[in-house]
Ligand binder design. Structure first.
Ligand code: LMR
Length: 405
């Protein structure tokens, strides 16, 4: 009798499982709009010029492959802090930063440290949220609830519902917030909405946990960190998971971080010690290549300036694709106001397509998105957009036949 005999088959991951299914699809014409990965106009994941320059320079350098410290590459940690909180921010001495395996790894270290609190607080995520938020916090031992976030009628944030739910949350609850480019809806809070959220978190004693995976894909690096700046200015203690997967196009290198904003330098040292225990027991110490690349780009003013320009180029291309998608669907006769396609920000369009329509898109056309209706508009390009428009317009014109499988 095998020890694994009773192990059930887990369903595919709702995001990365789509890529698995896409890869297995033998059809010649197919489009992966599932995972949040930016692709250029030829459909390639770009190697940013700033990254290429650092890699070429590193190619000459054959240093030994030793271990990094448990908390990560020191220059990387310093540059992450400066990027997330602003160079010279006066809170930096009470921030503990640990390199993470992407933003997800940062979230997991944060969850691991918070799981040590007694009593263990509940976690609230937005409704809807990135599927892995709920899964990750549950795995780390938390009860996970939801706060209202998205109003499907208006294709916008239900700010009133969100604030009411936060005001009613048990004191000390951890509130997972998307700093920018909300995943999956693409609908962000305005600056004044954030002021209200900061206020309610402070009044209710909630613990904000910001996920900033898409910094630079909304309006710009500094603009996308507005929420972080507001929580910092309010003197709150909070967490920020950050990532360079998207912004430096370093997906597979797993370059992220977790930043704990504590009340004092002494508290930061204690939190850092616990974060290191968490990291050590999960994977010991982080990989070095991506962190060294990111650190060198961020620490060099010319490379950083070039990075900002490349990010702006990616934003512009996404805007162009959003516009083309909206116009194309209108011309194909899709009824209703489609302006939400161009007002949503970041990599995703929350299309409003039903699970059944998403299933048809996949089965009939080989166009893969998430069951929630999320489509990655950052994977559209001049070579696939007409096909995608035709496919979406067709499934929208068919009567909804009931629940998807
Ligand atoms: C996504 O939502 O597509 C990305 O954040 C990739 C992931 O890890 O799910």
């Amino acid at each position: 009798m095998s020890v694994f005999a009773a192990v059930p088959l887990a369903p595919r991951d709702p995001v990365l499982g789509v890529t698995e299914a896409f890869r297995e699809d033998p059809r010649g014409i197919k489009v992966n709009l599932g995972v949040g990965v930016y692709q250029d106009e030829r459909g390639d994941i770009p190697v940013l010029d700033c990254v290429r320059q650092v890699e070429l320079a590193m190619g000459q350098d054959t240093r030994p492959h030793g271990y990094l410290p448990i908390d990560g590459f020191p220059l990387y940690l310093a540059t992450v802090k400066a990027l997330v909180f602003g160079t010279g921010s006066e809170i930096l001495d009470r921030v503990a930063t640990v390199q993470g395996l992407g933003g997800t790894g940062g979230l997991r270290i944060g969850a691991g440290v918070l799981a040590g609190l007694n009593p263990r607080p509940a976690v609230l995520v937005s409704d809807p949220s990135w599927e892995n938020h709920e899964a990750l916090f549950r795995r780390a031992g938390f009860r996970v609830g939801r706060y209202r976030y998205y109003d499907p009628e208006r294709h916008d944030v239900d700010t009133g519902g969100m604030l009411a739910d936060l005001a009613a949350a048990p004191k000390g609850s951890i509130v997972v917030l998307h700093a920018c480019c909300h995943n999956p809806t693409g609908c962000d809070l305005t600056e004044s909405d954030w002021e209200e959220v900061v206020k309610v978190c402070s009044e209710r004693g909630l613990v904000p946990f910001l996920d900033m995976a898409y910094q630079g894909f909304g309006a710009g690096l500094a603009q996308d960190a507005t929420a972080v700046a507001q929580f910092a200015a309010a003197g709150q203690t909070f967490l920020v998971a950050s990532s360079f997967s998207k912004s430096l196009s370093l997906y597979g290198e797993r370059v992220g971080a977790i930043n704990f904003v504590t009340a004092s330098a002494d508290e930061a040292a204690r939190v850092l010690s616990q974060a290191k225990v968490t990291a050590r027991t999960l994977y010991s110490n982080p990989p070095s290549f991506g962190a060294k690349v990111a650190a060198q780009v961020l620490a060099d003013p010319a490379l950083k300036a070039s990075w900002e320009q490349e990010l702006a180029g990616m934003r512009r291309r996404i805007t162009t694709m959003r516009q083309a998608l909206k116009t194309g669907l209108e011309q194909a006769g899709v009824p209703g106001d489609l302006s939400y396609i161009t007002t949503q920000r970041g990599m995703f369009s929350y299309s409003g397509l039903s699970p059944e329509q998403m299933r048809r898109l996949r089965q009939q056309y080989g166009v893969y998105g998430l069951g929630s209706g999320r489509l990655c508009v950052a994977a559209l390009n001049p070579g696939n957009i007409d096909y995608v428009i035709e496919a979406i317009a067709d499934v929208m014109s068919q009567p909804d036949a009931g629940p998807a499988d």
